[in-house]
Design a protein around this ligand. Structure first.
Ligand SMILES: [Zn+2]
Length: 407
C-alpha cells in the first residue's frame, strides 16, 4: 500500500520479481500485489487499476528478516553498559527510536527485544504498532528477570524464589511486556561473575514460564553453559539464548521439547575479533575469548541434529547493530547451514517461535513485510545485506535505488 499526493491509499504492484523465501524459489518470475498490510496476489502478468507499479525484474523479493535477540536500548559501541548507565531515559528513548529506523532500513522488519530499560522498549513497541514511529514490529521483554546480583541485575528485576519470580513476571506483563526474559546463568557483560555459572533455578524459571504462558507470552532464557541451558529447557522455556557448551544431552532435551536455540554468534565473533584499542572492557573480552569456541561447537551440533534455530544477533552488544542479522546468518552458513536454511532461520523459524503465523513467507494472505534485493540469497546469503527496498506492513520504507539496473 502506498499513498498518492491526495493521501489516498493505493495498492502496490511489484512487477517481474524472482520470489524466494525460506522454502526456496517460489516463483522464477511473478508479480506481487500488496494491498493494505497484506500480500493480496502473486501471479504472472498482473494488471491492477490504480496500483503504484514498481518494476523489480532481475531482482529478488524475500520476506523481511527477523531478529530474535536484540536490545534496542543499548548503544552498539564498544561499551553499551557504560552509556546506558550514564544516560537519562529520554536519551535512551530518542537514541533507541533512531536505531529502530536504521534497523528497518537494513531489512529487519521484526525484532524481539530481550532486555530494555526504563520501559523504553515497551513504549517503542506500541508506538511502532500504532504507526506513530517507523520501526520493525517488536516483541518487548521490558526488564530482564534475574537473581539478586545476577546477570543484568543493574537494569533488570532481581527476584529470588518462585514467589518473587512470579511477582516479577506479573510486574513486567503489567508494564506491557509482550515476551519474558530470564537469566539461567551469569553473563559476559556483567563484571565479577562467571558467565556460565547457573543462576535462576529450574523451579524459579518454571514459575516464570507458567506465568508467561498463561498470558500468552513466550520465554527466552539467557544461558552460557550446558548446565544453565539444561535448567532452562527443563523449566520449559521457549528458547535458549546463546547456549555455549550445549552438549548431546541438552540437544536431545531440546528436540524432545521443541525448544529453539537463538545462537547470537555474531556478538561473540565481534568481541573476539575487535582490536584491543576498540575500547571493549577487558573483562568482557577475556570471558568471550574463553567461551566463544564452545558456542561454535553448540551451533554445529544444533545444526547437525536439527534443533530449531531462530536467528538472533544480540544487537546492542558491543559492535553489533540490530540491523546486521545477515552477519549472523553468514556464520550459520559457515557452521553448516545451507543459505536456504539460514534464510528460514531469520523468517519462518523465528515466526514459529514467536507464534506469528502470518509472517515469514511470501504467500497470499501473509503480511507484506518484503525486501527487494540484488543477487541470489540462496547462493549467497550475504546478498540480503543492504536491500534495495524495504516494505513493512504493506508500506514502502525506503526504495532509493530501484531506478538503477540490478547490480
Ligand atoms: Zn542479549
Amino acid at each position: 500500500m502506498t499513498r498518492d499526493g491526495s493521501g489516498q491509499a493505493r495498492p502496490l504492484l511489484l512487477k517481474g520479481a524472482r520470489i524466494v523465501d525460506g522454502r526456496g524459489v517460489r516463483h522464477e518470475r511473478a508479480d506481487v500485489l500488496v494491498s493494505g498490510e497484506q500480500i493480496a496476489a502473486i501471479e504472472p502478468n498482473l494488471e491492477v487499476d490504480g496500483a503504484v507499479v514498481w518494476p523489480v525484474g532481475g531482482r529478488t523479493l524475500t520476506p523481511g528478516l527477523m531478529n530474535a535477540h536484540a536490545h534496542i536500548c543499548l548503544d552498539p559501541g564498544p561499551d553499551p553498559e557504560r552509556i546506558l548507565r550514564h544516560e537519562v531515559p529520554a536519551e535512551t528513548a530518542i537514541r533507541a527510536a533512531s536505531r529502530l529506523q536504521q534497523t528497518l532500513a537494513a531489512g529487519v522488519t521484526t525484532i524481539r527485544d530481550v532486555g530494555g530499560a526504563a520501559g523504553v522498549d515497551i513504549a517503542l513497541a506500541s508506538l511502532v504498532e500504532r504507526r506513530e514511529i517507523a520501526g520493525p514490529r517488536m516483541l518487548a521483554a521490558g526488564r530482564v528477570i534475574t537473581m539478586t546480583g545476577g546477570h543484568g541485575y543493574w537494569f533488570g528485576v532481581e527476584a529470588d524464589g518462585p514467589d518473587a519470580v512470579r511477582h516479577a513476571v506479573r510486574g513486567q506483563i503489567k508494564a506491557g511486556a509482550t515476551t519474558i526474559k530470564v537469566m539461567a546463568t551469569g553473563g559476559m557483560m556483567t563484571p565479577g561473575q562467571a558467565a556460565g555459572a547457573p543462576q535462576l533455578t529450574v523451579d524459579e524459571m518454571a514459575v516464570a514460564v507458567d506465568e508467561a504462558h498463561k498470558a500468552g507470552r513466550i520465554v527466552a532464557a539467557h544461558a552460557e553453559s550446558a548446565a544453565g541451558a539444561r535448567n532452562a529447557v527443563l523449566a520449559g522455556v521457549d528458547s535458549v539464548e546463546h547456549g555455549h557448551g550445549i552438549d548431546e544431552e541438552v540437544v536431545s532435551l531440546m528436540l524432545e521439547r521443541g525448544t529453539a536455540l537463538v545462537p547470537t554468534i555474531l556478538s561473540d565473533r565481534a568481541i573476539v575479533e575487535a582490536a584491543p584499542e576498540a575500547g571493549i572492557p577487558d573483562f568482557v573480552v577475556e570471558k568471550c575469548r574463553a567461551l566463544a569456541p564452545s558456542l561454535e561447537r553448540t551451533l554445529r551440533l544444533a545444526i547437525e541434529r536439527g534443533v530449531p534455530i531462530a536467528a538472533g544477533n544480540d544487537g546492542g552488544a558491543p559492535l553489533v547493530p540490530i540491523g546486521d542479522i545477515v552477519g549472523e546468518l553468514e556464520l550459520y552458513v559457515v557452521h553448516g547451514m545451507t543459505a536456504q536454511e539460514a534464510l528460514a532461520a531469520a523468517t519462518t523459524a523465528t515466526a514459529a517461535l514467536f507464534g506469528m503465523s502470518q509472517l515469514g513467507l511470501l504467500e497470499v494472505g501473509y503480511v507484506a513485510d518484503l525486501l527487494v534485493v540484488d543477487g541470489d540469497p540462496l547462493a549467497d546469503i550475504g546478498s540480503l545485506r543492504g536491500p534495495r527496498a524495504v516494505i513493512a506492513r504493506g508500506v514502502p520504507v525506503h526504495a532509493d535505488h530501484l531506478e538503477s539496473p540490478p547490480g
